[in-house]
Design a protein around this ligand. Structure first.
Ligand code: NAD
Length: 304
């Protein structure tokens, strides 16, 4: 058995058969956690399905002396999410950390974005975060009410696309922005039950990004720091998922290569109050004055 900052804890990681989720699952196990490795084994656009990837990661964790079980359900269904949480409790007797990570892309410019591609991406990311969160939250609330207030942690996966926008990713950006809103609400609602909820916006070389970043994200020659390896994102996730992160909740972190950034979100900027209704002309004049005082937004990814 491995000991570390997650010894005695049980972590569930969705979409952990590949990419970032796999790296997180292995990193939790390396810090002593017992891990439920969820993955539906779908293709890059969400089609198909196979149990192989989840089981392979379980085999890797066991080969390294850790404890893990596979869960092959779809986290965007009520049954899949309920059985995911039940798997942790049945296999290991408890649940401490939920990492919502599973997802896929259907990139299109808005004018070409089909309703199916909108629905599929909103479903896997936004509903696929909500449902496991909801079932985990119900479990932790019951534990708290039974006098066993947990030190529970949820790490949600947003994206720079959701925080700043990204050309060609209207569906994905909307879902990932929604995940930030969900994170803020869950953090506020669940604090009383001992649950902390944060989000990350990662960047790493996975099958999701290897084409987009083919030149800049290639693996380096031997010995150099592999900046875009998904394993570089996991240490922050593991710390957020441990009891060591006590007091940190409702925050969004960008995590990429060797860099961790606190994302500072929407806050009230320049403001004016007439104390009565504006005319449209007045409202426009005032809006322009306020904009002149305000900070400019950071650019949308891919915008010219
Ligand atoms: N790679 C990046 O640079 C990057 C950047 C920003 C955000 N993200 C986010 O990080 C997360 C992980 O992405 P990745 O790059 O590792 O991609 P990936 O394709 O390597 O891994 C995603 C995994 O999720 C699984 N999955 C998809 N739908 C599922 C479902 N309904 N139920 C269970 N499993 C399902 C897939 O089978 C796959 O193994 C995603 O939420 C992604 O949007 C990644």
């Amino acid at each position: 058995m491995t000991t570390g900052i997650c010894t005695e804890r049980v972590a569930v990681v969705t979409g952990a058969g590949r990419g970032l989720g796999r790296a997180h699952a292995l990193a939790f196990a390396a810090e002593g956690a017992r891990v439920v490795v969820n993955d539906l084994g779908v293709g890059p656009d969400g089609t198909g399905g196979a149990r192989g990837p989840a089981q392979q990661v379980v085999d890797e964790i066991r080969a390294l002396g850790g404890e893990a079980v596979a869960h092959g359900g779809d986290i965007a269904t009520a049954d899949g999410a309920a059985s995911l949480i039940a798997t942790a409790v049945d296999a290991f007797g408890r649940l401490d950390t939920l990492v919502n990570n599973a997802g896929f892309l259907r990139d299109r410019m808005l004018v070409n974005l089909d309703e199916d591609d909108w629905d599929a991406v909103m479903r896997v990311h936004l509903k696929g975060h909500f449902l496991p969160l909801r079932h985990a939250a119900a479990h932790w609330r019951a534990e708290a009410k039974a006098g066993r207030t947990p030190e529970a942690r949820v790490i949600n996966t947003s994206s720079g696309a959701g925080l700043l926008g990204s050309v060609g990713q209207g569906n994905y950006a909307a879902a990932k922005a929604g995940i930030v809103g969900l994170t803020l609400v869950a953090s506020a609602e669940m604090a009383r039950y001992g649950v902390q909820v944060n989000a990350i916006a990662p960047a790493a070389r996975t099958r999701m990004t290897e084409q987009t970043f083919a030149d800049t994200m290639a693996a380096p020659e031997d010995g150099a720091f592999d900046a875009m390896a998904p394993q570089n994102v996991s240490p922050l996730v593991v710390w957020l998922g441990s009891s060591a992160s006590a007091g940190v909740t409702g925050r969004v972190f960008e995590a990429e290569a060797g860099r961790i950034t606190v994302m500072e979100g929407w806050r009230r900027g320049p403001t004016a109050d007439k104390g009565a209704r504006w005319t449209p002309a007045e409202a426009g004049e005032t809006a322009l004055e306020l904009l002149a005082e305000a900070e400019s937004p950071q650019p949308v990814y891919g915008a010219r």
